[in-house]
Design a protein around this ligand. Structure first.
Ligand SMILES: C[S@@+](CC[C@H](N)C(=O)[O-])C[C@H]1O[C@@H](n2cnc3c(N)ncnc32)[C@H](O)[C@@H]1O
Length: 206
């Protein structure tokens, strides 16, 4: 991957953070910077699913990557005690990369059992298509960070993007299956911007 990459995300900052959120970002976030982990979630939004992964996999290190700082702040608020700002015991296995995941991947030598991407930005306008994160090139890159049996799990309610990802996979040596699965509703899914009311999932393997 080259340094001059096309930006795949929208804004990095939204509405003003609360004093507690700002404090968590300044004083706690640096201590959560990941090195290696077992499960990665890319673009976690407000982090509902990262928390679910942490609770369901207490012995694994869960790394979430998200450049939108209000999302990072939401996750930090949800995993800490309101009075002490300390991480709650059940979330001690969470690490946060508060930036472009591609910068993290350049630094880590982790091999992940799972890499999750839920509701990647669909960039629906044709002129923005190059901003789509899940290109063949990036999927190939991600696959290098999987364990032998590892899987990339993608969910999107934007069916045109879903079909586009399938087309991308065809140009790689990766294999894809379409599972029948249900997971917790993330904030983005709740918005149902694509109007489909129904995410589709893909599992990609070596
Ligand atoms: C449409 S939102 C979905 C958020 C969340 N997964 C959900 O379902 O609510 C897509 C997220 O991916 C993040 N994203 C886009 N490109 C990224 C990248 N290169 N590295 C990490 N996150 C990225 C964006 O900042 C955005 O928060």
């Amino acid at each position: 991957m080259e340094k001059q990459e096309i930006r795949t995300f929208g804004r990095r900052h939204g509405k003003k953070l609360s004093a507690r959120q700002q404090d968590l970002i300044t004083n706690l976030l640096p201590s959560l910077t990941p090195e290696n982990g077992d499960i990665l979630e890319i673009g976690f939004g407000a982090g509902e699913h990262v928390r679910e992964l942490a609770l369901n996999n207490p012995d694994k290190i869960i790394i979430g990557a998200e450049p939108f700082m209000n999302g990072v702040a939401s996750l930090l608020s949800a995993i800490t005690d309101e009075k002490t700002n300390r991480i709650l015991d059940e979330y001690k296995n969470i690490r946060i990369w508060a930036d472009d995941v591609r910068d993290f991947l350049r630094e880590t030598d982790s091999k992940f059992e799972q890499i999750w991407v839920l509701h990647p930005d669909p960039w629906p306008k044709a002129r923005h298509e190059k901003r789509r994160l899940l290109s063949a090139e990036f999927l190939n890159t991600l696959s290098k960070y999987l364990t032998d049996n590892g899987e990339i799990i993608i969910g999107t309610d934007h069916w045109e993007y879903f079909d586009w990802i399938l087309e991308q996979i065809k140009t790689t040596s990766l294999s894809a299956t379409i599972p029948d699965m249900k997971i917790i509703q993330t904030r983005y899914q709740h918005k149902n911007k694509a109007g489909t009311n129904n995410p589709k999932y893909l599992i990609i393997k070596h």
